[in-house]
Design a binder for this molecule. Structure first.
Ligand code: ADP
Ligand code: MG
Length: 556
């Protein structure tokens, strides 16, 4: 037609497409999960926008998702009657990657297929996964509320260009038609598709229907003669009761939410009644996203009000240091037109946030009973959790209980909890000793440890990036003070020996004081050292080396 145009994909899209087709092959079934998830998002959006403008429903009842195959043509069609897209939206959404961080994402690819495949999944480049199984993809769409002559037809072979044209389209919503590659024709088989949908998408909150007989490939006129069979239970998973949900269903829902390929480590599902009614389903992933430390990274929960999807990434329900948690919150008493601004300082939201924070900390405490899983958790998210010691004074003790450090007793990275430390220390010791260092090697060879070794006292070795910052906020745990093993007038000093040394009126001290001059505050004899002749100690109120480096890096 006259308004048909051919355009090139944004350069990053071409790179991603290439990468995806070549690296995701062993996981290729995920394309169906991604396309169904887009259809489900589109239904969510329609329902949400229809709250303000009923006419968008166009007199049609509930949203649906429909699948149909045509074995002769070798096609699979995924259609929905959701919000749809107009021409500009199609170009914008299916031709570019309008996300911040794309460059960083591409830069973080390793070239290792397995790993890159996982990154792609996390990044959620959902739609393009169609090209894993299709060598030609067509999209037909019409935005809800627009006229039938405002339909759009998009088409591409995924090799660098796509075409768009305006077409007639009665049916609101979107149909994605996959022209399957020769080696992916199995997805034109009803049984295969049904099996995959059951595996990946049973929890989708809208009915997913499968055509019982072939019909028009563009998703139009489907409802006239076609008989439909519903494949899923189509209830929001979090609304079902815990006893009725299998672990596998929880894990499937997690993958749907997070685009993760791996299972979650654990989850917590709670339905809270009363004044502050809400349902939450929170997951701990097994792996940190590549953008855990990016300011603009995705975080927050998926927010629903009475099962109506309201927004992604509602950040107000958890503190920043728990930003790795994925999940859903359904708060039926929030107004349906709630905005991010309103969430910001809404009393009930603050209360839910406090409750969810406690929930997550409890969930992590419980995870601590499983050494292997906790080690995974700690290696991925330990450094982030430490931020909570400074940020969340109300829960400091509970967060401190989750911390793990290497120590002079066990130098494995996540080896020792403060509770274990205290247990080993016994009643007699009223302090928790730690040593700050850049790395374990340096820590273990520190002369500051000599006296502790001599006395058989365990010292925690703090080598994490934020450890020095953190211990500033962690003055005590279980009533026992945390003490820096490298600081000034340690009561560990063996007074007797120190006094002996002092009484000798050592001429060496005078010479050292003179030679070192301004560079040190004081030179004094000590009973602290066993093997080393001398060591540097920090004054009681001095900044440690890590802090100094952090402040310098921040330009202070
Ligand atoms: P994501 O879903 O993470 O945003 P995708 O690559 O899966 O990324 O989809 C890109 C965008 O294309 C979506 O954000 C949405 O705006 C649009 N889109 C994709 N599929 C549909 C659909 N079935 N209906 C409406 N819009 C869609
Ligand atoms: Mg998607």
């Amino acid at each position: 037609s006259h308004d048909r145009e051919t355009r090139g994909f944004q350069a990053e899209v071409s790179r991603l497409l290439h990468l995806m087709v070549h690296s995701l092959y062993s996981n290729r079934e995920i394309f169906l999960r991604e396309l169904i998830s887009n259809a489900s998002d589109a239904c969510d959006k329609l329902r949400f926008q229809a709250l303000d403008d009923d006419s968008l429903m166009e007199g049609e009842g509930e949203p649906w998702i429909r699948l149909s195959v045509d074995p002769d043509a070798g096609t699979l069609t995924i259609a929905d009657n959701g919000i749809g897209m107009n021409r500009e939206e199609v170009v914008e959404n299916l031709g570019t990657i309008a996300r911040s961080g794309t460059e960083k994402f591409l830069a973080s690819l390793t070239g290792d297929r397995q790993k890159d495949a996982q990154l792609i999944g996390q990044f959620g480049v959902g739609f393009y996964s169609a090209f894993i199984v299709a060598d030609r993809v067509e999209v037909f769409s019409r935005r809800a509320g627009e006229a039938a002559d405002q339909g759009v037809h998009w088409e591409s072979d995924g090799k660098g260009e796509f075409t768009v044209e305006t077409v007639e389209r009665e049916q609101r919503g979107t149909a994605v038609v996959l022209h399957l590659r020769d080696d992916a024709k199995e997805f034109a088989d009803e049984h295969k598709v049904r099996a995959v949908v059951r595996q990946y998408s049973d929890h989708v909150a809208f009915p997913i229907r499968m055509a019982k007989s072939a019909e028009g490939a563009d998703g139009e006129d489907q409802d006239k003669e076609t008989e439909w069979e519903t494949l899923n239970s189509a209830t929001a998973l979090w609304q079902r009761s815990r006893q009725d949900i299998s672990d596998e269903e929880y894990q499937n829902f997690y993958r749907h939410l997070s685009h993760d390929f791996q299972d979650a480590l654990t989850w917590s599902h709670n339905q809270v009644e009363g004044n502050l009614e809400y349902t939450s389903l929170l997951y701990v992933p097994a792996r940190a996203p590549f953008d855990l430390y990016h300011r603009e990274a995705n975080r927050g929960l998926k927010l629903y009000v009475q099962r109506v999807f309201i927004m992604d990434e509602a950040e107000q329900f958890l503190p920043l240091y728990l930003r790795f948690i994925k999940g859903v919150i359904d708060a039926p008493n929030l107004p349906l037109n709630v905005s991010r601004e309103l969430l910001q300082d809404h009393g009930p939201v603050r209360k839910i946030r406090a409750a969810l924070t406690k929930r997550v900390l409890q969930m992590l405490k419980k995870l601590g009973n499983d050494d292997d899983k906790y080690a995974t958790f700690w290696s991925q998210f330990g450094e982030v959790l430490k931020e909570g010691i400074g940020e969340d004074p109300d829960n400091r003790e509970a967060i401190a209980a989750l911390l793990r450090f290497p120590s002079t007793e066990n130098a494995a990275p996540g080896a020792v909890s403060l509770d274990q430390y205290l247990e080993r220390a016994g009643e007699g010791q009223d302090k928790i000793y730690y040593l700050l260092a850049d790395n374990l090697e340096a820590a273990r060879h520190s002369p500051h440890l000599e006296v502790f070794r001599k006395k058989g006292i365990e010292v925690l070795l703090l080598t994490g990036r934020v450890d020095e910052w953190m211990v500033n906020y962690l003055e005590e745990y279980q009533g026992k003070k945390l003490v820096n093993a490298a600081r000034g007038q340690l009561d560990m000093d063996d007074r007797e020996e120190a006094d002996k040394a002092e009484q000798q009126d050592n001429p060496l001290i005078g010479r050292l004081t003179e030679t070192l001059g301004e560079r040190v505050a004081e030179v004094r004899p000590t009973g602290r050292l066993v093997e080393s002749p001398a060591c540097l100690v920090l004054g009681e109120d001095e900044l440690g080396p890590q802090m100094r480096m952090m402040l310098e890096a921040a330009g202070q």
